[in-house]
Design a protein around this ligand. Structure first.
Ligand SMILES: Nc1ncnc2c1ncn2[C@@H]1O[C@H](COP(=O)(O)OP(=O)(O)OP(=O)(O)O)[C@@H](O)[C@H]1O
Ligand SMILES: [Mg+2]
Length: 253
């Protein structure tokens, strides 16, 4: 049984089918890439999977349970957690506080409730938050305000916030965007380590080097539809995929 399975997943915005009839499966332990040109529907897919948007049509089954239409915190509580394409940190709070808030936001408390109670995190949660910072290489920055962190660290902190919720399936939306070669290499190593510790990964990324070097299987979206699917070498030599990327410059990024 796949860990994640969508059937006919569809989301319309007015007349536009942002995601159109997508059947997607992710098996436990995989790192699957979800790629496609700008506007192909990748982030909309993540919004549907994580409950931030309701599908117009179709179903989402996670670990054997139909989660279609559940709220984001209900989905996160089941172990399906996402990061955001644009980093959404609490800028005036420290890295550690952000991780602790991430833990609570995914647990279904409202942001206000979490912010209100932020001075009394129990010791076990603080220990867990520190573990996550250690693991993601941010331990030295635990008490720095997130707005003072360099861009690369802010992106990693976004991943750390998701990890605090102990996901079984982690959806990463462009984790290495705006990073240099060194930084992106380190983040992709982190992704592999996250997987080796038992978390399955679905990765949206335009950086082809990162995608091809990390994913075992790749699904290509174009205009909301699944265009191709297979191993990195299969999709990177597929004429349809090359055609879809022509002129975007992305294939060579
Ligand atoms: N809330 C919305 N309302 C209306 N249209 C939307 C909305 N969200 C996305 N779209 C449209 O749906 C299509 C798919 O957008 P989406 O953000 O999913 O693409 P993407 O593959 O993530 O692109 P990128 O690589 O640029 O991040 C686009 O045409 C976009 O303009
Ligand atoms: Mg996107």
């Amino acid at each position: 049984m796949p860990l994640l399975e969508t059937r006919d997943l569809t989301r319309l915005f007015g007349g536009l089918a942002a995601v159109n009839g997508v059947d997607l499966t992710v098996d436990k332990g995989e790192i699957v890439g979800l790629i496609g040109p700008n506007g192909a529907g990748k982030t909309t897919c993540f919004n549907l999977l994580s409950g931030f948007l309701r599908p117009t049509r179709g179903s989402i089954v996670f670990d054997g349970e139909d989660i279609t239409g559940l709220r984001p915190h209900q989905i996160a509580a089941r172990g399906l957690v996402r990061t955001f394409q644009l980093t959404t940190l609490f800028q005036e709070m420290t890295a550690l506080e952000n991780v602790l808030l991430g833990l609570h936001l995914h647990s279904g408390k409202g942001p206000r409730q979490v912010l209100f109670s932020r001075r009394d995190f129990p010791a076990d949660e603080i220990a867990r938050g520190r573990d996550v910072l250690d693991f993601t290489g941010l331990a030295a920055h635990a008490h720095q305000l997130s707005r003072n962190l360099p861009h690369g660290h802010q992106r990693v902190l976004g991943i750390a916030m998701a990890l605090a919720a102990e996901p079984r399936l982690l959806l990463l939306d462009e984790p290495v965007t705006g990073m240099n070669l060194d930084e992106s290499g380190r983040v992709m190593d982190l992704v592999k380590t996250i997987r080796s510790r038992g978390t399955t990964i679905l990765l949206v990324e335009h950086n082809m080097k990162a995608v091809m070097g990390t994913c075992e299987r790749i699904v290509v979206l174009n205009f909301g539809r699944k265009l191709a699917e297979g191993t990195p070498s299969h999709v990177s030599t597929s004429p349809e995929v090359i055609q879809a990327y022509l002129g975007t410059g992305v294939a060579h990024a």
